[in-house]
Write a protein that binds this ligand. Structure first.
Ligand SMILES: *Cc1c(COP(=O)(O)O)cnc(C)c1O
Length: 418
């Protein structure tokens, strides 16, 4: 029995499935959880001492690679001064000033401890500020695990919404409307029916949690226009894309301005940080100024703030994005035609289909792309490559991935015969 297997057998006795977040179980790629001992740069080293080139990168925060020395130093410095005050401190001020000074649509920001919390708080703010109750989300987008965001369209109609999880009260379903991606007509119809009740539309501007489903700018613009016509707010959930597809996230790339934006992942450099922000006028609805309550014992934890600050300072001049784009381009040039590679900056998604039509909504993902992924994952693992452990998760390039790493990835994928 391997050490990982042993840890797994012990772990499943004391925690559901032996893991603290479901995708870590590696169930969908027919593996038991791998227990990790350490990680440096682009390498993940398991408890057996076997090392893998990591393309999951903790699901997104580690844009500078594992155990980056600058972040290490910043976090260690912060630790020397104590690690939780439950009081105002200057590190979060510095991080807030850096972000608001660079991203015009974020005049004011509040830090929380996860992407889920950021989304939950932004939704409450949208409802509080508009006095409306309904939220529109898209089928194929993920916004964390708050009740209101675990709702899917039933048989394609918003009126027949179903919960993605047990334990979600019926009342919640009535206030989450689900629209299809890449379908302006369907969204227009939803606004015709519910326009005056819609507080906000929330979307991942580049959906990256159901494979990678890049949207057309014209579609994103139509959402902006419909929100404006009906007095609804537009929320960009940039928990994955924020500070990754450029410092100003995808809103900066597509030049469509959201009313509220949510961040997570990269913003904490691998420590638990989330945030939501927008114009002053809107953010002033939040307590203690306004009537929308929001709080957190661990919010703006000084060590996490120091790590986030060190990360964003490295990203500010844009050089890392240029390098990441070059690496993404190299990957594109090397991957064989038997695989559909969908990319957005340093995000990539391998769909096992030779059909090269871009996929923009979940219904268009071919069954084969999902069914054979487990075998591809196993094939790559044997060659020392740790791909994202589900067909629906995207891959991440980081500053620590080299040309040699990327060539090895392409050659492993290209040698997979299904
Ligand atoms: C990861 C993610 C979340 C949830 O963030 P957690 O930190 O896991 O709670 C929300 N929205 C998007 C777009 C994400 O990718």
């Amino acid at each position: 029995m391997t050490l990982s297997k042993d840890f797994y057998e012990r772990s499943r006795k004391v925690t559901p499935g032996g893991v603290h977040s479901p995708v870590r179980s590696l169930k969908t790629v027919n593996e038991h959880p791998l227990f990790i001992d350490s990680a440096h740069g682009a390498e993940l080293i398991d408890v057996e001492g076997i090392s893998y080139t990591d393309y999951c990168m903790a699901f997104g925060p580690l844009i500078l690679g594992h155990a980056n020395p600058d972040i290490h130093r910043a976090a260690e410095d912060a630790l020397l001064s104590g690690w939780s005050y439950g009081a105002a401190e200057p590190r979060s001020l510095e991080l807030a000033e850096l972000i608001t000074g660079t991203i015009p649509w974020v005049e004011s920001i509040r830090f929380v401890s996860s992407g889920t919390e950021a989304v939950m708080s932004a939704l409450r703010l949208a409802r509080g500020a508009t006095g409306r109750s309904k939220i529109v989300k898209f089928s194929g987008c993920y916004h964390g695990h708050a009740d209101a965001m675990l709702i899917s369209s039933g048989s394609g109609l918003a009126e027949t919404a179903t919960a993605d999880s047990a334990g979600i009260p019926d009342g919640v379903k009535q206030d989450t409307l689900v629209a299809p991606l890449d379908d302006e007509a369907a969204l227009t119809e939803l606004f015709v029916q519910h326009g005056s009740d819609i507080a906000a539309v929330i979307i991942e501007p580049v959906p990256a949690n159901y494979g990678l489903l890049p949207q057309q700018t014209s579609f994103l613009q139509s959402i902006r226009d419909l929100c404006d016509q009906h007095g609804a707010l537009l929320i960009f959930d940039e928990v994955i894309t924020g500070f990754r597809l450029g410092f100003r996230g995808y809103a900066g790339v597509c030049e469509i301005t959201p009313d509220l934006v949510t961040y997570g992942k990269v913003i904490g450099g691998g420590f638990p940080v989330g945030a939501f922000g927008g114009k002053h006028e809107l953010m002033e609805h939040i307590a203690p100024v306004g009537e929308v309550y929001q709080a957190g014992t661990m919010s703006a934890n000084p060590v996490a703030m120091a790590a986030g600050l060190a990360t964003l300072q490295r990203l500010l001049d844009g050089e890392i994005y240029t390098e990441l784009d070059q690496k993404a381009e190299l990957l594109r040039s090397l991957i064989s035609d038997d695989v559909l590679l969908q990319q957005a900056g340093s995000l990539f998604w391998l769909a096992l289909t030779a059909d090269k039509t871009p996929i923009r909504s979940p219904e268009l993902i071919p069954e084969s792309a999902i069914a054979n992924y487990g075998k591809l994952w196993q094939h790559c693992l044997k060659q020392g490559i740790y791909l994202p452990p589900s067909a629906y998760e995207v891959g991440f390039l980081s500053a620590a991935h080299t040309e040699t790493h990327i060539k090895a990835l392409a050659s492993a994928v290209n040698s997979f015969s299904g």
